[in-house]
Design a protein around this ligand. Sequence first.
Ligand SMILES: Nc1ncnc2c1ncn2[C@@H]1O[C@H](COP(=O)(O)OP(=O)(O)OP(=O)(O)O)[C@@H](O)[C@H]1O
Ligand SMILES: [Mg+2]
Length: 329
Amino acid sequence: MPTANQIKSLLRSHSTGDDEQFYAVALQVAAAEARRGHQKLATEIRDLVRDTRKRIDSSEAVGNVVALARPTGEAADILEGVPTHLKTTDLVLEPSLRERIDRILREQKNLSRIKENNLRPRQRLLFTGPPGCGKTITASALANELGLPLFVVRLDSLLSRFLGESLTKLRLVFEAAETTRAVYLFDEFDSIGFTRNAPNDVGEMRRVLNAFLVFIERLRSNSMIIAATNYGERLDKALFRRFDDLVEFGLPASEQVRETIKRLLHNVGTERLSWRRVEQAAEGLSYAEITRACEEAIKDVLIHDLPKITNQALIKALAERRVYAYANH
Ligand SMILES: Nc1ncnc2c1ncn2[C@@H]1O[C@H](COP(=O)(O)OP(=O)(O)OP(=O)(O)O)[C@@H](O)[C@H]1O
Ligand SMILES: [Mg+2]
């Protein structure tokens, strides 16, 4: 239990907005509990302090970025601070893809050593692959694992709504990347990446793409820039070498289908499933569609009060996603 003085101190620091004092007192309470042998409680308090600190740091970072971009008024529409909580181990990744992601993490964790030796760490990444195969979620897990905020740069709105101002906006994003270390995800990167050799090239777009390439080249801070697109094969090949790594995401193969389903359905028992049939039903579906199908199948289990998931329920749900997926592509 905290002492009366500690409670007074917590209230005082809360009312004056002195976060560091607030955390310090909370950690004193945790230490006192640990001394009394209440390890679990002590760990819970420490975890709460760590999570709160992280959340506040990231919302302040959003504040900084938006403040930076305020001169033109609408930067909040372009940079969206997205909360992150997953780790890369929560994702199902094909082994060579996991190795690539682990390598990016290792380099980020050894930045100073790499930079001291005049080498370039992997920090400018191009993610390609079909929808629902983990580009966004991997960017989010990378940010979380590195303890960095994630900002999604809405390129579509940057270009369509601010045509004429796009260059200024882009410059603001990169100024933010210099001053606020974070992961900056340029989603739908194809909206500028195509334009370089498009026949009816809009001059403005071409300038934006060229500026983007100059900005990533000049990036000095330890921020990470990730460009993501569904249409890697259509991007100008000259773009590829501007990135430190090209990471290709793909549809899950049968091993990944099985692992994804096992993880999602672990509460409803997968022992009775015929994997051959399930994998067949899931062939060609993305991780996102398999996830949706599993959620539907779990609802079925709940509604019909079944003891375990059945082949039939899961295969039906996968088949429904397939129809849906084809109707939408
Ligand atoms: N590798 C994965 N492991 C586990 N779940 C995944 C994986 N990839 C995708 N998912 C599931 O699919 C959802 C959508 O994935 P995500 O948003 O990362 O797709 P994306 O590749 O960015 O698609 P888009 O091109 O449409 O933006 C995730 O929220 C998650 O539920
Ligand atoms: Mg995405």
